[in-house]
Design a protein around this ligand. Structure first.
Ligand SMILES: Cc1ncc(COP(=O)(O)O)c(C=O)c1O
Length: 389
């Protein structure tokens, strides 16, 4: 035995092996896998170093900027991850851990995530997703019903109609808000006569055709920063997000909201959307959604409720605790509505009562507690289907 350390070789055979041969039972990765499956709490306790280390210190483990030329064995990389990453991660499962919006996941997520990885479905098309697509549509239908309370006939008609979607699975609250405001923007400047619609001709021509100086999204000063990003991405500019003062309970002042909309109207600025917040990020307050829905209707604005944080806790109790957004179940061109929420919080509140079909796009390995956001709205033509965020 020369004792010379075997080094990994990059070859087609080696590549085939990582796809076809499972890790040996005694390999580092298999041992980690077994430890996690058999005793998660023990694994975390043992491997997460409880000593406070400066982040600049931890950064030293990740200072290489060149992708290594030479391959390494999976077990070598697994050991590195254990020593440098897991050891310096945050023990979210610790009873002493208080993380704003972040906590440990229930145990059932571990084996479920393995099924997800093993199946690796792609829901962009049914050829690579099959049952996952109808299940995703069912989950969207269930959440849609929580907010819009349509009857059985409605869901039998729309839930699995491939030309329509009751919502879209998104990678988080930011993309859910962006998706809703994207719909709001395109609906605010639809095709008409010779104008082929903003989604075809762009914002400049849309404003010109409809005779506006600009378009605005109005929200309370407690609106999440993702809304400002959305205004930027949608080409409206960050100043198009117009904040309105809140009361002592961090809830929007509806009089001030109406005054702001009147002011914008006088300035020939289209009130494209009004955003209510169901659960402000820092304070957890819910806006007076009913009053806001009335003002949205008055100004023909899309009414979007950002319920990424507070939405799910509103359900499954009777919807009047999360009113406004659900008050106009039938889509009306003058007041389209939408809302975004984290199904994870919803799944949590339901998981205590019944088995919950976990939306296929949750992969604990990629987005820990921040599960994908859901953007739900009345059945829009295949738009949502196309924007699989
Ligand atoms: C009210 C609200 N909306 C949107 C978001 C953005 O969600 P994400 O970070 O998943 O993109 C958050 C995140 O905390 C939020 O609290």
């Amino acid at each position: 035995m020369t004792g010379k350390k075997k080094s990994a070789q990059a070859s087609v055979e080696a590549m085939y092996r990582v796809f076809t041969v499972p890790e040996a039972p005694e390999s580092t990765l298999s041992r980690i896998d077994q430890n996690i499956s058999n005793n998660l709490a023990g694994f975390l306790q043992e491997h997460i170093v409880a000593v406070e280390r400066d982040l600049s210190d931890v950064e030293k483990n990740f200072s290489d900027y060149a992708i290594p030329e030479k391959p390494v064995f999976v077990s070598e990389q697994a050991q590195f991850l254990l020593d440098k990453l897991v050891a310096n991660s945050v023990h979210t499962a610790s009873p002493a851990f208080i993380g704003h919006m972040t906590s440990a996941l229930p145990y059932f997520m571990l084996p479920l995530s393995k099924i997800m990885i093993a199946l690796n479905q792609n829901l962009v098309k049914t050829e690579t997703s099959k049952a996952f697509t109808p299940m995703e549509r069912q989950v969207l239908g269930m959440i849609h019903r929580l907010v819009y309370e349509e009857d059985g006939a409605f869901y039998r008609k729309w839930m699995h109609d491939p030309r329509y979607a009751l919502g879209a699975m998104c990678s988080g609250g930011t993309v859910a808000n962006l998706t809703a405001l994207w719909v709001a923007r395109n609906r605010a400047f639809p095709a008409e006569g010779s104008f082929r619609g903003l989604h075809q001709e762009g914002l400049f021509r849309a404003l010109k055709y409809y005779g506006y100086e600009g378009a605005a999204i109005v929200v309370s000063r407690r609106g999440h920063y993702s809304l400002r990003k959305a205004a930027d991405v949608l080409g409206l500019g960050r100043e198009a997000l117009v904040p309105v003062d809140t009361d002592d309970d961090n809830r929007i002042q509806t009089d001030a909201l109406r005054d702001k909309c009147l002011e914008l109207h006088r300035q020939k600025i289209k009130v494209m959307a009004i955003c209510g917040v169901a659960g402000t990020t820092e304070t957890g307050n819910v806006d007076p959604l009913d009053g806001m829905a009335d003002i949205a209707r008055e100004f023909g604005a899309h009414f979007h409720v950002d319920a990424a944080w507070g939405g799910p806790p509103c359900s499954p109790v009777p919807t009047n605790t999360c009113c406004g957004a659900s008050r106009r179940p039938t889509p009306s061109p003058s007041t389209p509505t939408s809302n975004s929420m984290y199904p994870w919080v919803l799944a949590w509140s339901c998981s205590r009562t019944q088995a919950w079909p976990v939306p296929s796009s949750i992969t604990p390995s990629t987005s820990s507690v921040r599960a994908p956001g859901i953007w739900a709205a009345p059945p829009w033509k295949a738009h949502a289907r196309a924007c699989r965020c």
